[in-house]
Design a protein around this ligand. Sequence first.
Ligand SMILES: [Zn+2]
Length: 56
Amino acid sequence: MTTRTKRPFIKLDCDVCKQTNYHIATTKGKSIEEKFEIKKFCKKCGKHTLHKMKLK
Ligand SMILES: [Zn+2]
C-alpha cells in the first residue's frame, strides 16, 4: 500500500544569515498566516534568531 500525501512545506529561513533551517509540513485545510515569524535556533549563527516563513 502506497500512501502519498502531498503536503505543502513551509520553509523557515534565518533572518540573519538567510539559511533555511526548518521545514514544517502544513496540515491540509489549515490556513497559514501570511507572515509567520518564529524564534528558532540557527546552527549557522549559533544562537536563537528570528526565522521567517517562506511559502513556495
Ligand atoms: Zn542564521
